[in-house]
Design a protein around this ligand. Structure first.
Ligand SMILES: Nc1ncnc2c1ncn2[C@@H]1O[C@H](COP(=O)(O)OP(=O)(O)OP(=O)(O)O)[C@@H](O)[C@H]1O
Ligand SMILES: [Mg+2]
Length: 298
């Protein structure tokens, strides 16, 4: 899936302002950003549900306008509601028929089992809880053997077990070479499953890249007593130092922490510093996201 220069205005408000990115086969990409950033609008333009004012979309090698491009796309919308008079199994059968794919009943039952609804397949959807309806929506997105799967906040209504199920489903799709685009406010979830992320803010791409690119900087957190000017100078020789009381953070040079950390600790001890804790950490995607958004709004 590929898009370039997508733009959309609603009245005087520009919702999407020149968005370009791609998702390759076997790749999981996370679309992140605050409420109203334009994530759902971008997804709807990719899927041909909203007409862009400008820009281009290619789905599985075909122009987004081509209905055949959508045959192999699975989609879980942000706001979902399925025919309340149908059973879960009937909803799946209906969507299989709409997609034009041939999926045997046993395989459809497997998909329901995968989202934890095996025991409810004969029950009417009208009596389903919100989370059960979202699980059904996930099954709908998966059932017609899609090559691209787009999930708009797939876990917003799910319990913790359901979230783990979604993670497993996404990793399984990647393994099978399916392209996955995923939008969630649960950043930890995105960090666990995504290869790359695209951060939207006010309709524009504020940052994008692999997790390694975005979170590349590692740092060392230390708890120290008896710091001397010599010890401070030793730490500053490694990287930028920030200190609040006994808690000290040292930025680590990329790729060298294996050699740098033990040598630094040995030298600090040699300089008479008492070392209580040493922990190399990578900043979390959440911290990075907040940093990027604060910069954008400064
Ligand atoms: N149908 C519509 N009519 C008018 N304005 C719209 C419409 N759809 C979206 N917008 C506006 O476009 C902007 C982006 O909305 P969008 O739903 O894409 O945000 P989002 O990033 O998905 O947010 P959230 O995290 O809350 O789901 C918002 O300012 C919204 O008010
Ligand atoms: Mg949205």
């Amino acid at each position: 899936m590929w898009c370039s220069g997508l733009r959309k205005r609603y009245g005087k408000r520009t919702a999407v302002d020149g968005v370009s990115f791609s998702v390759g086969r076997g790749e999981v990409v996370g679309l992140l950003g605050p409420n109203g950033a334009g994530k759902t609008s971008v997804i709807k333009m990719l899927l041909g549900l909203v007409r862009p004012d400008d820009g281009e979309v290619l789905l599985l090698g075909r122009p987004g306008r081509d209905p055949r491009a959508r045959e192999r796309v699975g989609y879980l919308p942000e706001l979902f509601r399925y025919q309340p008079w149908l059973t879960a199994a009937e909803v799946l059968t209906l969507h299989v028929r709409l997609s034009g794919a041939r999926v045997p009943a046993a395989e459809q039952a497997d998909v329901l089992a995968r989202v934890g609804l095996a025991a409810r397949s004969g029950d009417r959807v009208g009596g389903f809880s919100k989370g059960m309806q979202q699980r059904l929506g996930l099954a709908v997105a998966l059932v017609a053997r899609p090559e691209l799967v787009v999930l708009d906040e797939p876990t917003s209504a799910l319990d913790p077990l359901g979230r783990v199920d979604v993670r497993d489903v996404v990793l399984d799709l990647r393994e099978r070479g399916v392209a996955v685009l995923l939008n969630s406010h649960l950043i930890g979830e995105v960090e666990r499953v995504c290869d790359r992320v695209v951060i939207l803010d006010r309709g524009r791409v504020a940052a994008s890249g692999t997790l390694a690119e975005l979170l590349g900087q590692r740092e060392l957190r230390l708890r120290l007593d008896g710091l001397t000017p010599a010890a401070e100078a030793r730490m500053a020789a490694v990287g930028a130092v920030t200190r609040t009381g006994r808690e000290v953070t040292v930025a680590l040079p990329a790729g060298e922490e294996d050699a740098v950390v033990p040598a630094l600790v040995a030298d600090l001890v040699g300089l008479g510093v008492r070392v209580h804790a040493v922990e190399p950490v990578r900043i979390s995607l959440e911290e990075r996201l907040l940093g990027i958004l604060r910069e954008e709004h400064a």
